[in-house]
Design a protein around this ligand. Sequence first.
Ligand code: TMP
Length: 205
Amino acid sequence: MTGLFITFEGGDGSGKSTQASLLAEWLEASGRTVERSREPGGTELGLELREIVLHRRGHIAPRAEALIYAADRAHNIATKVRPAIERGEIVIQDRYLDSSVAYQGAGRVLDPIEVRDISIWATEGFLPHLTILLDLDETIGRERLDAARTKYDRLEAEKSDFHSRVRAGFLALATAEPERFLVLAATDPITSIAADIRARVTGLL
Ligand code: TMP
């Protein structure tokens, strides 16, 4: 069996983890081996980098932030994701390089092509077979986060216009690569989003 790399993208509170879990359960029930990962923090090194990039007090320069995400990504792909795909497994991952282009590019206003190129170098050009973008109005995302928790990480704490640029950044990426992206409205019922995802993944199996 050939391996598959499927990533979930979208703003904070868009339901990526819920949908990633539902897809993993469905694939496992059909006999496939599924590996879950996430960025930042899919590996032991990644967990340390996640702590720094999301919770370190004080300013982190935008380019330094971009490089920390890229370092996490390089290690995750080299030590976890690529080996699993080569074994013929399916890797389902929360966030990947599109998050860097949207958050560090559109959000922090770094050059999106340069941000993407850093990740391409970091991963030796490793791209997902499918990227599911759960599109959500940033004000609804914020309400969902407010209901779920009281503490925000460094990115979540950014203002609404930052998150609106991030959303537009994701949508521009999806428009540029329609064959890789499946864009779904994150406000649709969980079960109908899950069904749409299964329909698209079935075509790749
Ligand atoms: P998470 O809570 O969904 O795991 O995401 C952590 C935060 O990191 C989220 O606010 C988005 C942000 N992020 C970036 O800014 N750039 C990246 O490359 C990645 C992977 C995440």
